[in-house]
Design a protein around this ligand. Structure first.
Ligand SMILES: Cc1cc2nc3c(=O)[nH]c(=O)nc-3n(C[C@H](O)[C@H](O)[C@H](O)COP(=O)(O)OP(=O)(O)OC[C@H]3O[C@@H](n4cnc5c(N)ncnc54)[C@H](O)[C@@H]3O)c2cc1C
Length: 445
């Protein structure tokens, strides 16, 4: 999209804000009001919202677009809503595939569940390959006025010896970016957070997943598929494989197919994921086309940091969003919506702090409000999710749930709302009230 040395857009580079006079290089440093490290969905969303608030934003990305990103490429209505808020054209004419719901496979049978009909969330989800998707979001941030620096690999924070706060970052190629506030949107490894002493909480849930692409007639299915149990052979008559799978239609002739495993499973870290994927695929109907000849992508894996497994989400001028803050849902492995939503919350706090005057007690108060808000919004839900990950780590319990729970419509509707975190808050039905109520009373730890 751009070269490494120059910002991708001049729109924001002309901006000056009276409170900081920022924007111009000084003493070799590139100054801005806020630095966002990482241009995944979290970083690009944060940069967009911040630029829209009139702040001068440097968005630093270590790779250059388009780049491959290991993901399922699927967005539930939760993610769809954020894309609409960001102003992305998600029409099918613009290359997005739309789905009406989730096909849930268990015990060799499947149930087609439409996304719930709600006021707060759209009734459909979308899919698109991340290479393209992430580039679109980064372009959107640039169009809003953020300056994107590609091939800007952030290696360390600049910390003021006087205040002990982060005041900028250094990149591998020796560039120096300064700003009074920094957003860590650099994904699961989040080098910047680690360098600031914010480490992963090992006891909290973590997943590992692999995915690849196949040419398949299922590519235009109206349902994304969830496979909570995977069998070595015939369902119910063979061995259960220790993981869950998905098949997401991309509408471009291909499906994204993958599987994941949680660290609550005894098999975590001990299985050959690629081999497991092959065993599962070999057992799918030949008409679906999941054969070696139809495979059009590499089998690649990555981690899913869940349930706030890295905290605090704000300290000394640094705010964590998305995977950097361990925000993947432990219920369904979905991380893109949470990255974009946390980005919006972080951007609101930053813009408010900016105008209060960063460094003042008033600004600090609003920045401290960011982790408090995250906890209020998702803390209880993630606590429930941690219990859920323990349950699905037990095949015997899963068997009972599948046998007695799934065939009941009531259980299915509740499960869909619970797992995908889709409820109405004002005028919800009984399922919404139960999910909302449980999330509210569960301790947000
Ligand atoms: C196999 C798999 C399947 C998944 N499927 C889904 C799915 O279908 N739906 C869903 O919602 N979620 C899914 N997830 C989770 C989802 O991919 C993440 O939650 C989401 O990408 C988080 O977005 P993010 O912006 O926080 O981080 P990322 O998307 O990881 O973006 C981080 C960005 O920071 C950049 N970066 C990293 N380090 C530096 C540095 N030092 N300097 C500068 N830049 C840096 C990276 O290059 C990257 O562009 C899946 C995850 C995996 C592993």
């Amino acid at each position: 999209m751009t070269g490494s040395a120059a910002p991708a857009s001049g729109v924001g580079s002309q901006r000056r804000h009276a409170a900081t006079g920022s924007g111009a290089p000084s003493g070799g440093a590139i100054e801005s009001d806020v630095i966002v490290v990482g241009a995944g969905p979290g970083g690009s969303a944060a940069a967009t919202y911040l630029a829209r608030s009139g702040l001068n934003v440097s968005l630093l990305e270590k790779t250059s677009f388009p780049r491959e990103k290991v993901c399922g490429d699927g967005l539930t209505p939760r993610g769809t809503k954020q894309l609409i808020k960001l102003g992305i054209d998600i029409s099918t004419e613009n290359g997005w595939a739309h789905q009406r719901g989730l096909r849930f496979w268990a015990g060799g049978r499947h149930w087609d569940l439409d996304w719930p009909d709600l006021t707060d969330w759209p009734g459909y989800g979308v899919t698109r390959q991340r290479a393209d998707f992430d580039q679109l979001l980064a372009n959107n941030a640039v169009a809003a006025g953020a300056k994107l620096y590609e091939l800007a690999n952030v290696t360390e924070p600049i910390i003021s010896p006087d205040t002990d706060r982060i005041t900028g970052v250094l990149t591998k190629d020796g560039r120096r970016f300064t700003a009074p506030l920094v957003v860590a949107a650099d994904g699961n490894s989040t080098r910047i957070s680690v360098a600031m002493g914010i480490n992963r909480r090992e006891k909290l849930p973590m997943g590992v997943a692999v995915r690849t692409y196949y040419k398949s007639p299922l590519h235009d299915s109206p349902y994304i598929e969830s496979w909570p149990e995977l069998w070595e052979g015939k369902p119910g008559e063979s061995k259960l494989l220790p993981g869950y799978g998905w098949i997401f239609p991309l509408g471009d002739g291909t499906c994204n197919v993958g599987l994941g495993i949680l660290n609550t499973s005894t098999a975590f870290g001990k299985v050959d994921y690629k081999q497991m994927l092959k065993v599962w695929m070999d057992n799918t109907p030949p008409a679906w086309g999941f054969t070696d000849e139809n495979r059009v992508g590499r089998v690649l894996g990555a981690a899913l940091p869940m349930a706030f497994n890295r905290r605090p989400h704000y300290t000394r001028g640094l705010l964590l969003v998305g995977d950097a803050g361990g925000m993947v849902s432990p219920f369904n492995g979905e991380g893109i919506p949470y990255a974009m939503e946390s980005a919006e919350m972080a951007a609101e706090a930053i813009a408010d702090a900016h105008f209060r005057g960063v460094g003042t007690p008033a600004a600090e108060k609003v920045l401290q409000g960011y982790p408090a808000r995250l906890n209020e919004e998702w803390g209880g839900y993630y606590t429930l999710g941690r219990v859920f990950t323990k349950i699905i780590g037990q095949p015997a319990l899963m068997k009972v749930a599948v046998k007695y729970g799934l065939p009941r419509k009531v259980v299915m509707q509740f499960t869909l709302k619970m797992l995908s975190h889709l409820t109405d808050h004002r005028d919800g039905d009984i399922y919404d009230r139960i999910v909302n109520g449980l999330s509210r009373i569960a301790p947000a730890t």
